[in-house]
Design a protein around this ligand. Structure first.
Ligand SMILES: Nc1ncnc2c1ncn2[C@@H]1O[C@H](COP(=O)(O)OP(=O)(O)OP(=O)(O)O)[C@@H](O)[C@H]1O
Ligand SMILES: [Mg+2]
Length: 276
């Protein structure tokens, strides 16, 4: 445990990055920043083309998707993460962020969904969550979406973005662009003209939205590294008990050209009491 925390601290110091947000512990304090408005206030959104689905609470619970307004430590940790992320995005006027980790099963997808839900729960922000893990897409399963066309079909020119968008009922201001299936040559596709076109279309068509991209592990495939130049920043997830120190350091080294807004220690064992 200490080794991974020290590795995160070391990586942060080397990069002069903000604090670690652990899944249960309060984050370290960071210098105050002047908040800027990222999005206009979205009062009510009518989804005309986006398909609306009703998420099954049992599926959400089994995939550890938390109630953004809940009172337990996981909910409050994600609200803390949301605020820190918003401050970083706001400082730089960034709107696109990749969720990254060194290895498989560190908790990227769980973090991406919970962060997206938490960001969208703030009425000032609308959020688009995109499954760009085209090695092992899993956002659809985690939310219980039955996907007939997905972002992989958009990338292959078989579908338009609008055909693939879903809005989970009860999660206002959140839209999901899931993947239907894994894609051969995913890193080439993501980093090639089709990937660039997808990102630029998402950014220009939805200029007010924060766009989160879920990706494969940084050390497991070249997809993340190939795709990163298309987004503005990244958030790194490490898993206490399973992420190895050397893998985390290697991952941060590979990410040295990517602005990292922060690090999340998933499966953290210590708990700081929440206030309130
Ligand atoms: N804090 C946690 N405590 C317990 N289980 C967790 C936690 N975070 C995630 N998990 C579980 O661990 C598994 C892997 O999580 P997740 O799919 O989010 O990781 P990932 O990094 O996206 O994996 P992959 O690299 O395969 O895409 C899932 O079954 C998830 O429910
Ligand atoms: Mg994943």
């Amino acid at each position: 445990m200490d080794r991974i925390r020290k590795a995160l601290d070391l990586a942060r110091l080397e990069r002069d990055q903000p604090g670690v947000v652990s899944a249960k512990a309060a984050p370290q304090s960071s210098p105050p920043v002047e908040p800027r408005v990222l999005t206009r206030v979205a009062t009510s959104i009518i989804y005309t083309k986006t398909r609306v689905f009703e998420p099954d609470p049992a599926i959400l619970e089994s995939h550890r998707i938390v109630n953004p307004s809940g009172a337990d430590s996981a909910c409050s940790a994600f609200r803390m993460l949301r605020t820190q992320v918003l401050q970083r995005l706001s400082e730089h006027c960034w709107r696109s962020m990749a969720i990254l980790s060194p290895g498989a099963e560190d908790g990227k997808t769980t973090t991406a969904i919970n962060l997206a839900v938490s960001l969208a729960n703030d009425h000032r922000h609308t959020v688009l969550l995109v499954d760009c893990d085209l090695k092992r897409p899993s956002i659809a399963d985690s939310l219980g979406i039955v996907v007939d066309v997905g972002v992989d079909d958009v990338l292959m020119g078989r579908a338009s973005i609008e055909q693939c968008l879903f809005h989970p009922q009860g999660f206002e201001r959140l839209v999901v662009l899931p993947a239907r299936a894994a894609l051969d040559n995913s890193s080439e596709t993501l980093s090639g003209p089709r990937g660039r076109e997808l990102v630029s279309e998402l950014r220009s068509r939805y200029p007010e939205r924060i766009v989160l991209f879920d990706l494969p592990p940084v050390l497991g495939a070249d997809d993340a590294l190939a795709f990163l130049p298309l987004v503005e920043c990244g958030l790194v997830v490490a898993s206490e008990g399973s992420t190895r120190r050397e893998d985390l350091l290697r991952c941060m080294e590979l990410l040295r050209r990517t602005p990292i807004v922060g690090t999340v220690l998933n499966r953290a064992s210590d708990v700081n009491n929440a206030y309130g």
